[in-house]
Design a protein around this ligand. Structure first.
Ligand code: ADP
Ligand code: GLC
Length: 519
């Protein structure tokens, strides 16, 4: 209770503060098509989740629309090991610090989108993931790592990093880039700032002492700025200071303004509702299409669905499931985190697999607790349940091609990419009605079967009962009406979530926010 009151008071203060804000002026030196895109992971250079996909394919699609868009990313060890033909800019000092950085320039593989790598070896040249050490815990100096990243992003945005290039807009992504938004917003002549929210649950919260360690000005220490319940919050840098907030689906944009999905930031987001909108992510169909996918056993399409059975047989062989054409093969691929509703799957397993000829394959790495529970369950259902605790792109494609049903019972899902892939492969998604899953999957009912819009099965509450109800609806339909099932598959496979469509919507937002700030 007390916590809620406190949040209300903070939101009121944030509101008053925003009213006080002086009008923003944007540098006219930047031409409107120049965009700096800042992200902490970019496929295929480094990836832990969907953010990396977005940070690759969205800039590529914007480039195709004529934008001079350039990406900035930390020079992690794994990235340095994978890039060639790097142009090196001379070493510079981050102003007001004794830290030196170099910018390395490369391009996204198979494209001409420039990528600037911020090279500070003491911070980024180390093993492990971008965020976690090899022991699975956050790097202890993440505040410094992403604080410095933010400072360098600001320098590039202001054409102070020796690149002779002035962007008209900075497009930030998630908390890792929040400080860049806050610092840049203090400048009287600056580019416009868009902050994209891919996952509000990850906020970059650090002890209050980091305000001193990062030498952040006093004005950032208040609750209407970067302070959050006695800590420093990086994501607030984006949420408070960006000119425009975009999240990755219209439904999630609405959800995060409610206490149930706001992670303590819903008040601030409600206050900024006029600046907040949702744009769905896309799919790169050059990589994810059963007609052309080089990683799958057999290509297939609408009039040759038999090809899917060949992929199913091959997948069953590969992961050690009984080879059975008539089994209903369920699948799940994820980071195995609470977000993905893996607990609902675990609780529902006995209910799902009690029926004969139901099989289940899981591919993922993540929470050690879920990894152990899944492995234990696989032991109980030998030949009918396969668990692959790995990050494996090829297997992800083969599962999408071989499975019949894709389980995605997420507790929340800002957009979700895996259900978009499963639609294209005719692997019918069972999803919780939340976020991007609401916006991309059409529940099967008498009406949607009748008008041929059904593409999957949705359920409302994050309970095992609701999840199992949807799963049983799907399995029953699969068994009892193959013609209905094939119709759902064909409708699903024809859905288009192209990056071009998303990019055009972003372009509209870019134009609006740039022109808005020139006045
Ligand atoms: P999130 O970003 O929340 O993890 P998304 O659905 O947006 O969820 O994106 C997940 C991305 O990561 C997809 O490209 C998916 O194929 C990929 N992925 C997740 N887990 C694995 C895995 N174990 N092996 C291969 N790819 C994976
Ligand atoms: C996040 C979300 C996911 C989204 C992805 C890319 O990781 O969890 O729903 O698809 O970002 O925007």
């Amino acid at each position: 209770m007390a916590k809620k009151k406190f949040a209300g008071a903070r939101n009121k203060k944030a509101k008053q503060n925003a009213r006080k804000k002086t009008p923003v002026r944007v540098s006219t030196k930047g031409q409107a098509n120049k965009v700096l895109f800042a992200a902490s992971e970019v496929y295929p250079l480094i990836k832990t989740g969907g953010l990396a996909d977005v940070a690759c394919f969205l800039p590529m699609a914007l480039r195709d629309l004529g934008y001079d868009i350039r990406i900035v990313l930390p020079a992690y060890r794994a990235v340095l090991a994978s890039v060639h033909d790097v142009k090196v800019y001379s070493e510079m000092l981050v102003p007001d610090t004794d830290i030196r950085y170099r910018l390395l320039e490369t391009t996204l593989p198979d494209s001409d989108v420039p990528v600037y790598l911020v090279d500070i070896p003491a911070l980024y040249d180390r093993p492990g993931s971008p965020y976690l050490a090899e022991d699975g815990k956050d790097w202890l100096d993440n505040a410094e790592r992403f604080g410095l990243f933010g400072r360098v992003i600001k320098l590039i945005s202001l054409n102070q990093a020796g690149l002779n290039w002035s962007p008209a807009l900075l497009h930030c992504n998630d908390w890792h880039t929040g400080l860049a938004a806050a610092l840049l917003a203090q400048e009287s002549e600056r580019p416009a700032i868009i902050f994209a929210i891919h996952n509000l649950a990850y906020q970059g919260i650090f002890p209050y002492t980091m305000f001193d360690s990062l030498e952040l000005a006093d004005k950032f220490r208040s609750s209407d700025s970067l302070e959050f319940y006695g800590n420093l919050s990086f994501i607030k840098g984006g949420l408070v200071y960006a000119d425009k907030l975009i999240t990755v689906s219209p439904a999630y944009a609405k959800e995060i303004m409610t206490p149930a999905y706001g992670h303590g930031l819903d008040g601030l987001l409600r206050h900024r509702s006029e600046c907040l909108s949702g744009i769905l992510n896309g799919v790169d169909y050059r990589l994810w299409d059963p007609r052309y996918d080089p990683m799958i056993e057999q290509h297939y399409w609408l009039n040759d669905l038999h090809g899917k059975k060949i992929n199913k047989r091959s997948l069953q062989q590969q992961v050690g499931l009984q080879e059975d054409d008539n089994a209903v093969l369920l699948a799940h691929i994820s980071r195995l985190s609470e977000q993905k509703g893996i607990d609902l799957i675990l609780d529902g397993l006995a209910g799902l697999l009690q029926e004969q000829q139901v099989q289940f394959v899981v591919l993922g790495t993540g929470d050690a607790r879920y990894e152990q529970l899944l492995q234990a369950a696989a032991g109980n259902f030998a030949g009918r349940m396969a668990v692959v605790l790995d990050y494996n792109e090829v297997l992800a494609h083969r599962i999408q091609a071989g499975a019949d049903i894709f389980l995605m019972p997420s507790r929340y899902e800002p957009c979700g990419l895996t259900q978009l892939y499963s639609l294209r492969y005719g692997t019918i998604p069972i999803v919780r009605k939340t976020g991007g899953l609401t916006d991309t999957v059409v529940d099967t009912s008498v009406a949607t079967l009748g008008n041929q819009t059904a593409t999957g099965f949705q359920f409302h509450d994050a309970t095992t009962r609701d999840f199992l109800d949807a799963a049983h609806r799907a399995i029953t339909m699969y068994r009892s009406c193959q013609s209905c099932w094939k119709q759902i598959m064909r409708t699903a496979m024809q859905q288009e979530f192209s990056w071009e469509t998303s990019a055009r919507q972003y372009a509209g937002e870019y134009t609006d926010v740039i022109s808005m700030n020139f006045t």
